[in-house]
Design a protein around this ligand. Structure first.
Ligand code: BDP
Length: 680
């Protein structure tokens, strides 16, 4: 089925001359290396070639006279075709066409086997995109070392913040017997360069605490073997208080020698089952999860204790910085959740072990449609840092609304922190280059489940694809990624590619238009986070406020009169956000509390902006449906209908957003819409 195949469609090539041209390359496939990873590369090539071209190449372990593909990792071959392996990093690869009078060959060479696999996927992508094979000369290195997906899957089969069915890993508190689907998932991930996956929720309950015990480790090892064949390392989220819950100890104090010993033995045990185990993800002292604070220890103590245990085996501790007080009093305006991660972690710079990476959410709040970039990026010169994005659309329409996040992620990665003066973008912090960090990378919370199309909204597949591509190379443009995805997913049809790509590229702004305005965030229904509720989180304890009253709205985070959060940025950004005159419109209410009559740089007042964007957003959402219907007949009926239904739901639901938000602010402010449109 098309919806299941996602972007690995490998549709038969109908264009006869292209078909002939391609077929000539694939008489023989010579594999000069051998491993499970190379096996995957061969399998994928065979699948792609037989399905796109109807050819079955012969296999050999040495180069043949016939035209063909050569897979390998050997330096001597590289030298023969004038490739300098020194230019490749561990996951890098080369694709090169060499034509002599006797034969034509496409070399897929990697420094390691994973490079060969990535090269195979790249070649298949080129073919899906109908590019010429005649003069390929490609050298690719991933910019980020760790390119990771975090699953928030629970063993009962549910997925925290999952919008595409249940877990593909578990059901009924057990691993699924049927593991086939995991292999197809691994193919999807590997095809875009993902090399790490954590397979259980960061909120680790009792059953998942057992994942690191001998009762479940054999199963984890089975899953890890599937991922391993695709160059992906398996990680587990662990319960910080495991020593108490499953270790028969009375404490989880990181400085307690009993606790330290327990984890050392535990690490040894895990690596017996999974020799290339990636490491632990830890959510500690966050939203009621246990952590070192209980014992008056700090997060460096906690993380380092685990790091010491994993260190002999090359394992990593991915320590999350989502640490804040989730029991704040909304009446106390001196506390500010946005400040929390920086306040907790910045003073610990330099204290973490080399195999600890701090995983920081892109913004200081929580994956809102728009928020400021976390000031922690770049603020800890001597500490490994990695990015956490959320592919699953918790606050961005839950895969019922179209919201393509690549443009958002790009803005964040390009954000200049000024950590080392101008030209210190976030992407150079998380790729390790700015501070020469030992470990670094980008992770994101998965958006897949066991729905037949993986992601609920079929177009949400583009977010998974785009995340992988961007993680491989943050310099790719949104347009490039989007076009690539559309071509592979729906085939080469001008109108389809142009329409779908543009719909995706417009969708984030559209979603922002009819939801919470000017960076203020939230305004969603509590707990499930779907749909509008302006005061849903206003009088609760989560630290998520907009402070709207009859005069104005916004959170004053200035040093002058507010929470002082702006001072967490390097000077250039701190000054820019601090002053009303220089604070960008789109984040105005994130940083300032202003009257409804305040004029934005756009010339509109805040209240008029709210009205305008909400009317406009609904209109744009309705247009998305119309734009989609232009493609009827050009896309298989199943995907066409599926997507149409979601777009219609979005258009309807956007009206609810518009009406609730506009009415609320009309009643609060008493100010009329200049255009006298109906506000319910
Ligand atoms: C929030 C989610 C919550 C997660 C938490 C986290 O609402 O379900 O457990 O983040 O990242 O976005 O730990």
């Amino acid at each position: 089925k098309e919806s299941y195949a996602a972007w690995l469609q490998y549709k038969k090539i109908e264009d006869f001359s292209l078909l002939e041209n391609y077929q000539k390359w694939f008489e023989n496939l010579a594999s000069l290396a051998d491993s499970v990873v190379i096996e995957s590369a061969k399998k994928e090539l065979l699948l792609g070639l037989s399905s796109m071209l109807g050819v079955q190449p012969t296999f050999s372990t040495e180069r043949k006279a016939a035209a063909g593909i050569v897979l390998g990792t050997s330096v001597s071959i590289a030298n023969q075709i004038e490739i300098d392996f020194e230019q490749l990093n561990d996951d890098g690869y080369v694709i090169k066409t060499v034509t002599t009078e006797e034969k034509s060959t496409i070399f897929l060479l990697g420094k390691e086997d994973t490079g060969v696999l990535y090269a195979a996927f790249h070649l298949l992508r080129l073919m899906q995109n109908r590019e010429s094979m005649d003069h390929l000369d490609i050298l690719e290195n991933p910019k980020n070392q760790l390119r990771m997906i975090n699953h928030w899957d629970n063993m009962d089969g549910s997925i925290e913040r999952g919008y595409a069915g249940n877990s593909i890993f578990y059901s009924g508190n057990k691993f699924n017997d049927e593991l086939n689907r995991i292999e197809d998932y691994a193919r999807l991930l590997s095809s875009v360069g993902i090399n790490g996956v954590s397979i259980n929720n960061v909120n680790v309950h009792k059953v998942e605490t057992d994942l690191i015990t001998s009762s479940l480790l054999p199963k984890v090892a089975e899953v890890a073997a599937i991922f391993r064949a695709y160059g992906i390392k398996t990680f587990l989220s662990v319960n910080y208080a495991s020593t108490i819950e499953i270790g028969n100890l009375e404490t989880a104090d990181p400085l307690d020698t009993g606790v330290q010993e327990w984890w050392k033995n535990k690490a040894k045990e895990i690596y017996r089952y999974i020799p290339d185990f990636g490491g632990f993800i830890v959510k500690a002292d966050s939203e009621h999860r246990p952590g070192p604070f209980t014992y008056n220890r700090n997060h460096a103590d906690g993380a380092n204790m685990l790091a010491t245990a994993l260190e002999p085996f090359g394992g990593l501790v991915v320590w999350r910085c989502f640490v804040y007080n989730c029991l704040q009093d909304w009446r106390d305006r001196s506390t500010d959740r946005a400040r929390a991660a920086y306040d907790h972690f910045k003073p610990l710079d330099g204290q973490f072990h080399p195999n600890v990476i701090l995983q920081i959410k892109n913004g200081p709040m929580d994956f809102q449609v728009r928020e400021a970039v976390s000031p922690l990026f770049g603020a800890m010169e001597q500490t490994n840092q990695m990015m956490e994005f959320q592919i699953t659309q918790e606050y961005t329409g839950q895969q019922r609304h179209l919201c393509y996040l690549v443009p958002q992620w790009k803005e964040i990665l390009d954000f200049d922190t000024f950590a080392k003066g101008e030209g210190s973008p976030v992407k150079n912090i998380v790729d390790g280059s700015l501070f020469q960090s030992r470990h670094s990378g980008i992770a994101a919370v998965s958006n897949i489940g066991n729905d037949y199309n993986w992601t609920g909204h079929t177009l949400a597949q583009a977010n998974l694809y785009g995340f992988g591509r961007l993680t491989w190379n943050p310099d790719l443009s949104s347009e490039t990624i989007t076009n690539e995805w559309t071509l592979q997913t729906f085939g080469k049809d001008e109108l389809v590619v142009q329409q779908v790509s543009q719909m995706l590229l417009d969708s984030w702004r559209i979603y922002e238009n009819y939801t919470s305005p000017l960076g203020v965030g939230w305004m969603v229904n509590p707990s499930h986070h779907y749909g509008p509720n302006v005061d849903g989180y206003e009088y609760s304890v989560w630290g998520t406020y907009h402070f709207a009253d009859y005069q104005g709205i916004g959170v004053d985070r200035t040093v002058k009169a507010g929470t002082g959060y702006t001072a967490q940025y390097f000077k250039e950004n701190a000054d820019r956000y601090e002053a009303l005159e220089t604070c960008p419109d789109e984040l105005l209410l994130f940083f300032h509390h202003v009257p409804y009559t305040h004029r934005l740089k756009s010339g509109e007042t805040v209240i008029q902006h709210i009205y305008n964007t909400h009317f406009e957003g609904v209109q744009q959402a309705e247009e998305l449906t119309e734009r989609w219907t232009l493609l009827e007949g050009k896309i298989d009926q199943e995907r066409y209908e599926d997507i149409l239904k979601r777009l219609q739901e979005q258009a309807n639901h956007s009206k609810e957003w518009r009406d609730i938000i506009n009415t609320y602010f009309y009643r609060k402010s008493g100010i009329n819409d200049e255009k006298y449109r109906t506000i319910y």
